[in-house]
Design a protein around this ligand. Structure first.
Ligand SMILES: [Fe+2]
Length: 339
């Protein structure tokens, strides 16, 4: 995908409002890990939702080609997330962020579309030693649902460019509050084969871009004070008062942190419609894709490119061919340890 537009904010809010975001984060209080979402159907059953990103991370060791046991890599990327708004505010005080005019203007620029409809705000918290593997987000298409269709398939659909007519462009804003050590936001605005841009995380700054198209990730949050503990399902990051946070598992405290240790970002997502007619098409489902059409289109394209044989191809083989062929990840940074 070619050069992508993005808009940066520095500062995002008047300082009092930025401080209010930190207080909101504390008030919300408890954050669980980003669990796998369940899906109803079974194409490619057995593959994790983001098999594409996971296999790339394990193969390359991430942007810096680091090699570590699988369980360790899993703990590093198992960060904490909760929802602050979903169509409407979930927590009081998020309104100025959800309806930030600057974000809406930036979204219009990023996609060149007039109607911007913010719908989701969520919080991401990373503790020292955590990072986020390079990936593109799960996009949306009319007729395709991440409740029903595997996420890696929806990601591959977008990278294939074969379903542009049905795509619902989404703009993403990411804002940072607090000043962690490390945890740079890394993205590839000129595509996966050009050098990335690494933005140091500074309090009250933000960026708006198309994270469904632009590869991005989060470099490791510095863990010089204490190594990242093993994280098991059910682990929570909880505010303990007086600027202190703790990692809790079944009543046991696994780690203690101050604000200066944590990387706190707030993500904003908005649908971008060209006009009201397009918006109606979404609401009224007058031009939806169906699963069979998606699979057949990809199967035909892969056959034409000699990536699969002419005869029947088992689902599992087709699934891997789709991931391998269409989702081409940036290579690790040059000079990285990866061989
Ligand atoms: Fe992302």
């Amino acid at each position: 995908m070619g050069d992508a537009a993005y808009v940066r904010f520095d500062p995002l809010f008047p300082e009092r409002q930025a401080e209010a975001m930190l207080r909101l984060c504390e008030r919300f209080g408890r954050y669980g890990t980003y669990a796998e979402e369940a899906i109803e159907e079974d194409f490619g059953a057995g593959l994790p939702q983001r098999y594409d990103a996971a296999i790339n991370f394990v193969r390359t060791g991430g942007r810096f080609g680091r090699r570590e046991p699988l369980a360790r890599l899993a703990a590093r990327t198992n960060y904490f997330r909760e929802t602050y708004a979903y169509d409407r505010p979930v927590v009081a005080g998020i309104e100025p962020f959800l309806h930030h005019e600057g974000f809406a203007d930036a979204a219009r620029k990023v996609h060149g579309r007039a109607i911007v409809a913010p719908n989701i705000v969520y919080a991401n918290l990373l503790v020292p030693g955590q990072e986020l593997a390079v990936h593109t987000d799960v996009p949306e298409f009319r007729g395709v649902s991440r409740k029903r269709d595997p996420q890696w398939l929806i990601v591959a659909m977008h990278h294939s460019r074969l379903f542009e007519r049905w795509r619902m462009p989404i703009a993403t804003g990411v804002a940072w509050f607090g000043n962690p050590r490390g945890g740079e936001f890394v993205f590839y605005p000129e595509g996966p084969f050009r050098p990335p841009v690494a933005i140091p995380v500074r309090h009250n700054t933000a960026i708006v871009l198309d994270t469904d198209s632009v590869f991005h990730g989060v470099d490791r949050v510095r863990e010089d004070a204490a190594p990242l503990p093993d994280l098991r399902p059910g682990v929570e990051l909880a505010y303990a008062g007086d600027g202190a946070w703790q990692l809790e598992q079944n009543g046991e405290v696994l780690g203690r942190y101050g604000w200066g240790d944590l990387r706190f970002s707030v993500s904003w997502k908005a649908y971008c419609f060209a006009d009201e007619a397009e918006r109606r098409m979404v609401d009224e489902h007058t031009d939806d894709l169906c699963r069979e059409q998606v699979i057949e289109t990809l199967r035909t394209d892969l056959r034409r490119r000699d990536r699969i044989g002419a005869g029947p191809v088992p689902d599992a083989e087709l699934a891997l061919a789709i991931i391998e062929h269409y989702i081409v990840y940036p290579p690790p940074a040059s000079g990285a340890e990866a061989r």
